[in-house]
Design a protein around this ligand. Structure first.
Ligand code: HEM
Length: 408
């Protein structure tokens, strides 16, 4: 045995082994390599420059744009130890978003998963995703929102978790008691998200952890995104008085039809067309979510390149929203560009495909209703015209964008 091993190490065998290693590294490539500059230090890759740019809300200017200019819409980098292919443009958005679960799955960095909870919808695939998506999206869809219109008016995760677990258990007990008492009667359905999630918990479709993690996720996914969208819309309005005049007129026309104290209806919200153009244009230039991560679950061929199984794919809103191929004169604030439908997958502030934002309708409603009450009831102006935006992990104005406000 020992002499056999020794013979393997003889010069002849070594030459054969070296030949095979050489051959395997020099296989003629069937597919071109994905362009990449230097992918940075081993393991860390370009993580530091990525986060430095992100922190200053300069991801486009300092990270994506220089690489897109040099390599094109698809390039490779290395972030947090993972080889990552950054993809931009309508074709890539459509391909990667619509092939969710088939070729790629959602794959957020560990730090984001810790914040949102590993049982939240963003981390789920297949049946589990379908079940949660059904509950959340139906509660937040147009029918669920109908009841919510008149009601619209950082805490540590551990604290939120504790409070929520108590609430979930209380709610579960109450719902089970009610069910015992009124066995034959129809389910009491108040249409609220917590009730719908707890009802699924009682039916054994989801776990208590899933109820809690999805409520926490919705706090992050819903609050910070919507508040940033509203904040930036007011900033844009302050900087574009002509747009403000048009927007104000739209709301005054609605307000004039109302008796004192009368609530807005969904019909009123539908008439806020120009305001929604303003908000969409704001989110085109200032997307609350700059992009999202996927992981290839098999080797993927895209535009002649091979993305190996296990690599990350990062789609970015900037790479499409700032591309003049889809939005002429892209850096100019021009809400009426949304007066006509835009090409599918060109406007991706709310993502696309099976993971399209489940709270889209609620976000739209909150933004429009909030703007309505502010502009019809108050005069306002920005305190700091050029307040820097920072990101941690979502973007926000560094001073909280205070405004001077007085009743009309
Ligand atoms: C302006 C406000 C908002 C913006 C810009 C926004 C943006 C997004 C984006 C880009 C995604 C897709 C992420 C991905 O592809 O990985 C997403 C997913 C999601 N959003 Fe929103 N969102 C907003 C408001 C809300 C609100 C108000 C809620 C709920 C109350 C919500 C709940 C969700 C959920 C549950 C998902 C995950 C969907 C899934 O994985 O199937 N979002 N959102």
């Amino acid at each position: 045995m020992a002499s056999f091993i020794f013979s393997l190490l003889s010069p002849f065998f070594l030459i054969i082994i070296i030949f095979f290693i050489y051959k395997s590294f020099n296989q003629p490539e069937r597919h071109p390599r994905i362009p990449s500059g230097h992918t940075g230090l081993p393991w860390i890759g370009e993580t530091i420059s990525f986060y430095r740019a992100q922190r200053k809300n300069q991801l486009f200017e300092n990270f994506f744009q220089p690489r897109i200019k040099k390599h094109g819409k698809i390039f490779k980098t290395k972030l947090m130890g993972s080889p990552t292919v950054v993809v931009n443009g309508v074709t890539a958005n459509k391909f990667f978003m619509s092939n969710e679960f088939r070729l790629v799955i959602s794959s957020w960095p560990t730090s984001s998963v810790e914040l949102m909870g590993k049982n939240c919808i963003m981390q789920k695939q297949g049946d589990s995703h379908r079940c949660l998506r059904g509950i959340i999206a139906s509660t937040l869809g147009p029918t669920g929102l109908q009841a919510m219109v008149p009601r619209i008016a950082k805490k540590a995760r551990a604290k939120i978790q504790k409070v929520l677990v108590e609430e979930v258990r209380k709610k579960k007990e109450a719902m089970e008691d009610e069910r015992d008492e009124e066995e034959e009667e129809e389910e009491d359905d108040d249409g609220m998200l917590l009730s719908n999630l707890v009802a699924a918990l009682i039916r054994g479709e989801i776990t208590e952890d899933e109820v809690v993690d999805n409520i926490v996720l919705l706090v992050f996914a819903a609050h910070d995104t919507t508040s940033y969208a509203i904040t930036m819309t007011f900033k844009m309005l302050a900087n574009h008085p002509d747009c403000y005049t048009l927007l104000l007129k739209e709301h005054e026309d609605i307000a004039i039809t109302k008796r004192p104290g009368e609530d807005l209806t969904l019909e009123d919200v539908k008439n806020m067309e120009y305001t929604w153009q303003v908000a969409r244009e704001t989110m085109r230039l200032c997307p609350p979510i700059f992009g999202s991560y996927r992981k290839a679950i098999m080797d993927i061929e895209f535009e002649g390149f091979i993305i190996p199984k296990g690599w990350k794919v990062l789609w970015t809103a900037y790479g499409t929203h700032y591309d003049e191929e889809y939005f002429p004169d892209p850096m100019t604030f021009n809400p009426t560009r949304f007066a006509d439908p835009v090409q599918a997958y060109a406007y991706i502030a709310f993502g696309g495909g099976p993971r399209l934002c489940a709270g889209y309708q609620l976000a739209k409603l909150n933004i429009l209703v909030f703007i309505h009450y502010v502009v019809t009831r108050y005069n306002w102006s920005l305190l700091y015209a050029d307040e820097p935006i920072v990101m941690d992990p979502l973007p926000f104005p560094s001073k909280g964008m205070p405004i001077k406000i007085s009743p009309k």
